[in-house]
Design a binder for this molecule. Structure first.
Ligand SMILES: *Cc1c(COP(=O)(O)O)cnc(C)c1O
Length: 481
């Protein structure tokens, strides 16, 4: 399998090359040249693999369709090492929980940091260590986080050979639980840098360092952001696992509702559907930051400025633009790289928006690709959290609540199970749960008392020069010899 860029750049690359890269050279995102097709016999084999050998085997079989530059035995071992009951809390890894009628929750948040990002990031950590080891290379990951991404990355990369993580976050602005999760890590290869500023300042620092190409090359700076194809591919697997658990035969269909920000999670659902997994609808659920809902309703994609980007109680979906959305639009436009470049490269940088409402292919988003959408507000989240607690005895987190609220509006056919992806556990967003229920959410035993653990964090001003100097100091020995 080779990979191409959504903006038409001519080079075709192998999986392990794009694994360690960010954007394609023309600024596009990587996608496979084609989507491998899963026919009825293959789906039956995958069903059997999940039931008899477990999630790791299912992951191995799906990943094998896309990765041919890692020997099969090695890939199998990497999957087996990643998806264990010890790391993800249950043997099923992503069990379904019944809510009502044919509405289900798929639990994706029982990994080390209690958010779905662990599903992909844990595999990425093992893939990085493997590939860097093969090349005798090193990588220094520089990132910016407002919570979930940074902790998922740190827990995936801690103690890994050849990898250091420098993670910036806005000083004092993450929830106490999130701060404790990240800053309590004592691993030498993990560097927490709390920036005196807001999340945008952190992102600006990462951009400034990445734009200094000489520094970037010298210190082998890389990222783990959500546009990485390997992360997306790892997420495709749990759509199969959800389908397999909700159905008994391959002639049944299911729908998914996905709490969305950067369109990464639901883009993996799109890939699964393109492979032939019998998915009826893919429902995109946003919060007040409704860039994506607006597009699927109107055909207009309008990036928000920072003044129009709301701080909400589902903060991991507070985005101004959806960084993975370009992948779907590329498919929607019949994989026309020139047209995709005109929209994402030119139109967005000139006017911050584009309009596909007059393009006949816009109708395909729903008709051919199954996309629907909806949005949810703070009041909706509170009501949904309360309703699920009272009627089902289930406490859901704020992002998952956005999903459940929108799913109920789109669950029109009771004969088609609707699966809502649970993207975090409620303890991560305890303040809003208390607001909704009047009591704190349950805390998994292994997180008892983490706020009291010693913290390992550097507080620094929002100054690129100082951050670079910090990176230099902590990389110098390895670089020199
Ligand atoms: C990252 C995140 C999301 C959004 O996922 P995308 O892939 O960016 O659409 C939703 N919920 C939680 C809890 C997250 O951490």
């Amino acid at each position: 399998m080779k990979y191409l860029s959504t903006r038409g750049h001519a080079d075709r690359k192998q999986f392990c090359d794009i694994l360690l890269e960010g954007l394609a050279p023309d600024g596009g995102l990587y996608l496979p040249e084609h989507y491998p097709q899963v026919d009825d016999a293959m789906l039956t084999r995958l069903r059997k693999a999940y039931h008899e050998q477990g999630y790791a085997e299912l992951a191995f079989q799906i990943l094998s369709l896309y990765i041919d530059d890692i020997p099969a035995a090695d890939l199998k071992a990497l999957c087996a090492k990643t998806y264990t009951a010890e790391v993800f809390g249950t043997g099923e890894i992503v069990p379904l929980r019944h809510l009502e009628n044919s509405l289900w929750l798929e639990a994706l948040s029982n990994g080390p940091t209690l958010a779905f990002k662990d599903m992909a990031m844990q595999l990425l950590g093992n893939l990085f260590e493997y590939e860097l080891g093969r090349r005798g290379a090193e990588l220094n990951i520089l990132g910016a986080t407002s919570g979930d991404t940074g902790s998922a990355a740190e827990y995936a990369m801690r103690g890994k050979k050849g990898i250091r993580v420098f993670m910036t976050s806005p000083h004092g602005r993450m929830s106490p639980f999130q701060q404790a999760q990240m800053f309590s890590l004592q691993d030498e290869n993990i560097h927490n840098i709390a920036i005196e500023g807001v999340f945008d300042d952190c992102q600006d620092i990462v951009k400034a360092v990445s734009n200094d190409l000489e520094f970037k090359r010298k210190y082998k700076i890389g990222t783990v952001n959500s546009i990485n194809w390997a992360r997306l591919l790892a997420q495709v697997v749990y759509y199969f696992a959800g389908y397999i658990q909700a159905t008994e035969t391959n002639d049944q269909k299911v729908s998914f509702t996905v709490p969305s920000g950067n369109f990464g999670n639901v883009c993996a659902g799109h890939v699964a559907r393109m492979m032939g997994l019998p998915i009826a609808k893919l429902v995109v659920a946003t919060n007040e930051n409704d860039v994506l809902d607006e597009f699927f309703r109107t055909g207009v994609y309008r990036v928000r400025g920072s003044a129009d980007t709301h701080e909400t109680s589902s903060p991991s979906m507070d985005i101004s633009k959806a960084s993975n959305f370009e992948r779907f639009v590329f498919d929607l436009l019949g994989r026309d790289g020139a047209k995709t470049k005109a929209l994402f490269g030119d139109a967005l940088s000139q006017s911050g928006q584009f309009d596909l409402s007059q393009d006949p292919r816009f109708a395909d988003a729903a008709a051919k690709y199954g996309f629907e959408s909806g949005k949810s507000t703070h009041a909706d989240r509170l009501a949904t959290i309360k309703d699920n607690y009272q009627r089902h005895g289930v406490t859901i987190d704020t992002h998952t609540a956005d999903g459940v609220k929108v799913a109920l509006e789109h669950h029109s056919d009771a004969s088609v199970p609707m699966i809502v992806l649970e993207t975090a556990l409620p303890i991560k967003f305890a303040a809003t749960i208390e607001e909704a229920l009047g009591h704190s959410p349950e805390r998994p035993a292994k997180f008892e008392g983490i706020e009291a653990l010693p913290k390992r964090v550097q507080v620094m001003p929002a100054d690129v020069t100082l951050i670079k100097a910090y990176i230099e100091r902590h990389c110098a020995p390895a670089v020199l010899g």
